[in-house]
Unconditional design. Sequence first.
Length: 404
Amino acid sequence: MKILLSAYACAPGKGSDPEIGWNWMQQLARVHDVWVVTRTKNREAIEHGLEAEPAPRARFVYVDLPKALRFWKSWPGGVYLYYYIWQFLAWRKARTLHREIEFDRTQHVTFCMYWLPSFMALLPVPFVWGPVGGAESSPKSFRRTFGLRGRLYEFLRDTARSIGMLDPSLRMTARRATLALASTPESAERLRKLGCRNVRVESCCGGHPCGATTEPRPSGSGLHLFSAGRLLHWKGFHLALGAIAQVRDRVAVEYSIFGTGPERKRLEQLANDLNIADRVHFHDAIPRAELIARMASFDAMLHPSLHDSGGFACLEAMAAGCPVVCLDLGGPGLLVDNESGFKIAAETPEQAVRDLAVAIQRLVTDRSLRSRLGRNARTRAEEFAWERKLELLEECRGEELAVA
């Protein structure tokens, strides 16, 4: 097939959206001819990546806004307007390409949110939308635990999504999607309400088979836990600190947090207030490859995120044999099952902290459980291998609906 891929973000080794765009390209180009529409900003990383992982059936088309229309990108929320206009320009380029190449399918794979349209749906060929996320929300009862910045962020995010839903081109995108891939059950529900006729839940995350661990897992009676990610209010690190405080007098626990962000000082102060500063170690963000290598030196991962569409760090930890303790929300709740970690209900902050503490204590006191969950986590991670994304699309080819 001749496939057009809309990948606003596309670059290897960076995680998140760039990783999604890169790996969808790699998998589709194994058996199809692929044209990738992306931004010039990604060009250098793409060319370096192709030197290590050639994709002879892939071609890249770079589309950018005129310099005069880029200034607002750095404004609060300006990236969404920038992206909206970029999508329109990318569609115009794709329309020109289609007249020459006659694509068999188009797919929009990155920066996919259920409240933002994709103009690629206007091409007269089957259109795959996704993986689509963005419907995940912090439960209302947890918002009182956020600082002023966090509460304002959640209000503005809810407002932006509500405004986006008024865009008629959004429902056009949903109606014309022959297949919509929802990255979480929450997003699947929104896509169906928008009018998508064929929705499949498929994690936006993927991985590759994991080799031998590079560092030994610690021995002894204590527990070495870690978290990784931007230090933002909705990542829930304050909940993890609360759980550590509840178990510190009963079990030996060391907790390392890798990342930077606006919540750093608030979290450090919270650790002091909870009298656990001697158990909690804050580290700046480190290169992704180094972090993945270090994961094997920990017993388990804490990931109490409150609205995460993906959860790449969870999948990477699982591939390294680390059980994951997460909230049963969004992407992490889809990746982790009861045989590879603990999924904690998110009803109230107090209940979540209490149940996180119970999970931590079980990991400390039951080493056989810890080992079993670690082995199962590796097996579970294999179910989300990038190679299986292509298999999914091939399975769905016979389900494609007529383009409206």
